[in-house]
Write a protein that binds this ligand. Sequence first.
Ligand code: TYM
Length: 359
Amino acid sequence: PRRVLSGVQPTGNLHLGNYLGAIRQWVEFQNTDQVDDEGNVVPTENFFCVVDLHAITMPQDPKDLKESTLASAALYVAAGIDPKISNIFVQSHVSEHAELTWLLNCMTPMNWLERMIQFKEKARKQGESVGVGLFDYPVLMAADILLYQAQKIPVGEDQRQHLELARDIVRRFHDLYCKGNQYKKRCKAAGIPSRQPFVEPEAMIVKEGARIMSLTDGASKMSKSDANDGSRINVLDPPKVIRDKIKRCKTDDIRGLEWDNPERPEATNLLNIYLAVQPDRTKEDIVEEVKDMNWGEFKPLLGDAIVAHLEPIQTRYHEIRADEEYLNSVLNDGAAAARGIAAQTLKAAQVAMGFATKA
Ligand code: TYM
């Protein structure tokens, strides 16, 4: 089967960037039949993970981590990830993620990680106290993906470099450990097939939601780590808060709205959001509506459109959170399904490296 895997870190509240860049795409993918070149429907298995091991690469208050983790999982379901179709699980519930990370750590050159833009940005903010885990973050992410032989990885634009790294790790691993008769012999002795354990993953990036920018600065992306909550719309913000944030968000002095004018990043961003929360409309239709408006006319429309899109998700979210047993059963089932595959892949990687695996 074809496999899809993605994840979001459970840090605080998920925002519109996480939702439009990642989760909404997962929902669409899950609900669309995947067909091959000949038009045959390809069976697809979806894995959506709450990456709590990634979250702790930045300082986390232990009193919040559990709540954020459950809240994120509930939001996946509320946004439309159907546990009957897709597997939802918590990364730390499947210990193979941490184990494979160690194997990959030992064959990934340090200088590949030193090039990672996200590490450099986050490390700068942390100063002297930056943890080893933050440096290692992309290797853990590679392990998440490789354990499931996932081919398609739906993410926002900022994850492209991490996916390139995952591909490089696959090639290096296969080159170092999965060639020749010795490899075949090791597999045979362990009773496993001698095909390569991993698959090179590919990023899947949406157009309009790929890079949602901050509401207070059209040049930097909407982010959980921005100290100013007014810079982002959180998926669980109440309607009044959403409308207020939009009312106060940064704009310019020009009348009329337009897309893709490099001088007007805020206009492009707000139009992208306006389009993304109205999936039934086209860009042309929206341009026609707003091209002569001033910001004062446009902002209430935008606020209303976001509220209308998020309200059903919020309602569903609160229903799910009221039934802890249901959420736990979703996560237990998801982890069981994930573990079944992850354990086989980890074993294949161990055999490739020559470990004395348990007989
Ligand atoms: P995280 O939690 O930082 O982001 C989760 C997802 O949200 C996307 N995203 C955005 N998209 C558009 N505009 C934005 N402003 C914006 N901000 C965030 C991210 O691109 C991402 O898709 N390292 C991953 C989590 C991860 C993962 C994985 C993803 C861990 N293991 C395996 C895929 C496969 C991350 O960025 O999390």
